[in-house]
Design a protein around this ligand. Structure first.
Ligand code: WTA
Length: 649
């Protein structure tokens, strides 16, 4: 198997404390010998504290049920001072946000001074509408710079933002608003993506019907078209900031004050509100962003994710801004106006660090190399990937065609819950193997366990856990700490269980094999099968639904859906379309089923539990590998399922 040494160009002139495997190992050992001392010193160096902390971690995984993890608990700060104020003197005129609009002709850049001013104006506008420290504010926007301003303005006044991806439906937005009892929503008239309009304001209005807790809606005006505005509740962004002061002192909070809530899909229908806090999160995102990508002062850094997901939070907004970087925000999609869009951007903006998802790499590779090679990519130095396992072919293409073999690839493994990158090459230090996320970031102690909980040493494949707390981890699930403990700490008491499978090779390199629970990862979007199932059974033709993932050549995983029809209903041409609409309105536009199969029944044990393993194997095209099915109540169901199995043509 190929190993790629770090290209000379990536190592040369690097300011990184880790520029070889030796220096990486030394540092990792130092952190693990005394994490508290290391992280307290590190955070004081890289974060603007009002009161510097003296404490490292509080509590441990052993008594997490009683005490949430804390970091730096005796410190006070506001994360936005690290992202804005402290750069004003040295980097005031440096570009903070570089915005590339949906249409190639639209773009702007804001310096740190300008961004600071925008955030202050909007913070004051929020305060003027009665939004105070601790309030929850939903942000439902597209990729405009104002989305970053909205996040930072919430943080600045001590409010807790919860960004909801602009593809989610009114139902999804509403259930999140209800769960966190939001008092305000920040949205825009329309989002723009790939030449299409997304009706963000109309969907927000629908979500908010009868929701009394929300007293204020701010609407950023992206287009010239009209939308309905509700008197008293709705305010145009530009009008709200018009008379405000461009100065707004940050509300100083405790290190453990929540910075944001971000909802993730899990194995039950109800999304989990992951809570991240000011001190630990800003430390972790800043540390990992700087070291993994080997950030340098003149870099132009582009992460083409959406702020609706954790990648956008950590590596478009908080990490890069905390490091005083120039960070790009991209409103469009990789194939608009054509499959050369990313590389056109690389040439025009001289991007040096580029971060995307395997699904985009596969989709673009399938379009042909000429979309890449016609642009000058000589500015590129580090190429990142995140969100799902990357297959070696896609990795090689990224390395060879996009990076011309001159860049290091960082395959970064992490999760909404981890706050930031946990297993990844350190760009100037770690030789890479295509398809491997390689080694843990210093401070992360991964362990593999078998299903019985035995720790597996050396070369092994098992369930990925993390043994010790790290500053960036989510602290709880909003309003439901028991669920947090139950989800992550009940399987293996004393360790955080990630939900992923992983193989470790003889060099200690990690190869993530994917989720081992009922979460599916479609194009890097994490979705719960239970969410699909509970939406589908709303249709009166559907008695039962069973949803599983299957390997998909572009999306990583596709969605396979087994349907049991209700009495008196037949399969019809319109059924699939109706079900698709059902999913769109219950979850969002990104929730699409790739293959439907009508079956006489779901395979159930005599106690009535669906044997999902069978559904999975058939969807994966491996009906010969079903294993023991002797506990099934009705084995003939399985024959029918196998006989009618579908696959992508
Ligand atoms: C998967 C996204 C393999 C994994 C940051 C994880 C990955 C889930 C990688 C979290 C990677 C993320 N290699 N798998 N480099 N990165 N994953 O919360 O299954 O949206 O558990 O966070 O994505 O998805 P989430």
């Amino acid at each position: 198997m190929s190993i790629y040494e770090v290209p000379a160009r990536v190592r040369e002139g690097s300011p990184n404390p880790m520029t070889s495997l030796d220096s990486y190992n030394d540092l990792a050992e130092r952190v693990s010998a005394d994490p508290d001392a290391y992280w307290v010193a590190e955070t004081c160096k890289r974060v603007s504290w009002r009161t510097e902390p003296t404490q490292g971690v509080g509590s441990s995984f052993d008594d997490i049920a009683e005490h949430a993890i804390t970091w730096f608990a005796d410190g006070t700060l506001n994360a936005t001072e690290s992202c804005l104020d402290r750069h004003l003197e040295t980097r005031g005129d440096k570009v903070a946000i570089l915005w590339e609009g949906d249409d190639v002709s639209e773009g702007l850049s804001w310096t740190y001074k300008e961004l600071h001013e925008q955030v202050c104006l909007f913070s004051n506008a929020m305060k003027a509408r009665g939004i105070v420290k601790g309030d929850r504010v939903l942000i439902y926007m597209g990729m405009v710079p104002e989305a970053a301003v909205a996040m930072l303005a919430c943080a600045r006044i001590g409010a807790i933002h919860s960004v909801v991806f602009g593809g989610f439906s009114a139902d999804s937005l509403r259930s999140r608003a209800v769960d966190c009892r939001a008092t305000a929503v920040i949205t825009q008239d329309f989002g723009m993506r790939g030449g299409k309009r997304i009706e963000l304001k109309r969907v927000s209005d629908q979500a908010l019907i009868g929701l009394d807790s929300v007293h204020t809606v701010f609407v950023y005006k992206r287009t010239e078209d009209n939308v309905d505005m509700q008197a008293g509740r709705d305010h145009w962004w530009h009008e709200a900031i018009a008379d405000e002061s461009p100065d707004c002192p940050a509300e100083i909070v405790d290190a453990e004050h929540p910075l944001f809530i971000l909802y993730t899909s899990g194995s039950t229908g109800k999304p989990k509100g992951q809570v991240h806090t000011h001190g630990g999160y800003i430390t972790w995102t800043s540390y990992t962003h700087q070291h993994v990508f080997d950030l340098r002062e003149d870099d132009v850094y582009a992460c083409v994710a959406d702020v609706g997901w954790i990648t956008g939070h950590s590596y478009i907004v908080y990490g890069p801004l905390a490091n005083g970087a120039t960070t790009l925000m991209f409103e469009s999609i990789p194939t608009y106006p054509d499959a050369g869009r990313y590389w056109d951007m690389v040439e025009r903006h001289k991007i040096s660090i580029f971060y995307t998802a395997p699904t985009a790499i596969r989709a673009l590779a399938a379009q042909g190399d000429h979309f890449v090679t016609r642009y000058d990519r000589s500015s590129l130095r580090v190429l990142g990937t995140v969100g799902e396992p990357i297959n070696p072919d896609a990795w090689e293409w990224y390395h060879r065609v996009v990076g011309e073999g001159r860049c290091n690839i960082v395959d970064t493994w992490w999760q909404t819950e981890t706050g930031g990158i946990c297993i990844s090459p350190i760009a100037p230090a770690t030789p890479t193997k295509p398809g491997s996320a390689t080694l843990p970031v210093p401070g992360i102690e991964p362990v593999l366990r078998d299903a019985e909980g035995q720790i597996l040493n050396g070369e092994a494949e098992g369930l990925l856990c993390i043994r010790r707390p790290w500053p960036g981890m989510s602290r709880t699930i909003w309003g439901d700490h028991d669920r947090y403990v139950d989800t992550y700490f009940s399987m293996f008491p004393g360790a955080y269980f990630t939900g992923d499978g992983c193989r470790r090779d003889a060099d200690g390199y990690h190869w993530i094999t994917g989720r081992v629970d009922d979460v599916i990862n479609v194009s890097g979007h994490r979705m719960g099968t239970a969410e699909f199932e509970s939406a589908l059974v709303h249709h009166n033709a559907v008695a039962e639904a069973g949803v599983v993932g299957f390997p998909h050549p572009i999306k990583g995983q596709g969605v396979y859906c087994y349907i049991v029809l209700a009495e008196g209903h037949d399969q019809s041409e319109t059924l699939e379309r109706d079900l698709q609409n059902m999913l769109r309105s219950h979850i969002g536009a990104h929730a699409r089923v790739d293959l439907y199969q009508v079956v006489p029944g779901l395979p159930k044990t005599r106690s009535g539990k669906v044997m999902r393993r069978i559904l999975r194997k058939v969807a994966e095209g491996q009906p010969d590998a079903l294993g023991d099915i002797s506990t099934l109540a009705d084995p003939t169901v399985v024959e029918a399922i196998i006989a009618g199995a579908r696959s992508l043509d």
